[in-house]
Design a protein around this ligand. Structure first.
Ligand SMILES: Nc1ncnc2c1ncn2[C@@H]1O[C@H](COP(=O)(O)OP(=O)(O)OP(=O)(O)O)[C@@H](O)[C@H]1O
Length: 275
């Protein structure tokens, strides 16, 4: 469980990125922070592994205040996947994936075996492990980023727009794979995106943020779709006919063969909401 307790963040230049933010994130679920650029999503995510220190307030993981944890240990115990993979360019893919396990004290051979297994698990063949990151496609690099984060078997996985830089088809594939992995592994995932469709597809719980890290609405995708809290949320999820940034669409849900399907205004199915 991750708990944000009245955290705020004002950067050195005076930018108030997060007002006062409190939220409990349940274990073994995927929680998605979604909001437009500058709403404070990344700032909040990075408070969890202390890459950003709150100006006031605290973040707790399973009852421990993270400000009392050793930051290096903390970061090694939490998986972190970034938009631009963050892979080490001069190390092979296999070594990239094995690195954190080695740093955590796993013997090299064992770490490499784990890395190889994890590459397969994220849908990459073992022989890709011998390549260097630049010899992979963007989608493959993101899979490597996910594998690398999972090798130390962290309880928590932080994902900051991990699929933002790949084309829509690959993006959809990666989302599906992550959904599958999550069903298998049951990690506590905190995922940041500005894409509401991605948020609804991946989140058990979705937190819609306004500027300053203010929570506009928090709930399951079905709750938010069925009962948007206000005009801001209605607009953000594209459910208002006025459109704005999003293509105008009215979303509806319908139960089909025991599954809850989301449809757009033209009747096109957008996806299935997991029960
Ligand atoms: N190091 C920094 N110094 C000053 N201001 C910052 C810093 N990092 C972020 N900010 C500002 O804080 C606010 C929140 O930024 P943050 O990156 O958390 O938002 P975000 O919702 O993740 O945005 P994006 O989707 O564009 O990544 C923005 O106004 C941003 O310009």
């Amino acid at each position: 469980m991750i708990r944000f307790d009245a955290v705020t963040k004002t950067y050195a230049d005076g930018t108030r990125a997060v007002g006062e933010f409190s939220l409990t994130i349940p274990s073994h679920h995927a929680t998605v922070f979604v909001g437009s650029s500058g709403s404070g999503k990344t700032t909040l995510l990075r408070m969890v592994n202390r890459m950003v220190e709150p100006t006031s307030g605290s973040v707790w993981i399973d009852g421990q205040d993270v400000s009392t944890a050793d930051p290096v240990q903390l970061r090694r115990s939490i998986g972190y996947v970034l938009q631009q993979g963050g892979l080490l360019p001069h190390r092979t893919v296999l070594d990239n994936v094995a690195t954190v396990a080695i740093l955590n004290g796993t013997p090299k051979a064992r770490a490499r075996a784990l890395a190889s297994e994890m590459l397969e698990r994220v849908g990459l063949s073992a022989d890709l492990g011998r390549r260097f990151p630049a010899q992979l496609s963007g989608g493959q690099q993101q899979r490597v980023g996910v594998a690398r984060a999972l090798v130390p078997d962290p309880n928590i996985l932080l994902m900051d727009e991990p699929f933002g830089a790949v084309d829509p088809i690959v993006r959809r594939e990666l989302q599906n794979e992550l959904g599958r992995l999550q069903r298998e592994l049951g990690k506590t995932i905190l995922f940041v995106t500005h894409d509401i469709d991605e948020a609804f597809r991946l989140g058990d719980e979705v937190v819609v943020l306004r500027t300053g890290g203010e929570i506009a609405q928090c709930g399951t995708p079905a709750d938010i779709l069925a009962h948007p809290a206000d005009d801001f949320v209605r607009h953000f999820i594209g459910a208002d006919a006025a459109g704005g940034d999003h293509e105008a669409r009215k979303l509806t849900t319908r139960d089909v063969d025991g599954q809850r399907i989301v449809f757009d205004s033209t009747g096109r199915p957008l996806g299935v909401i997991e029960p």
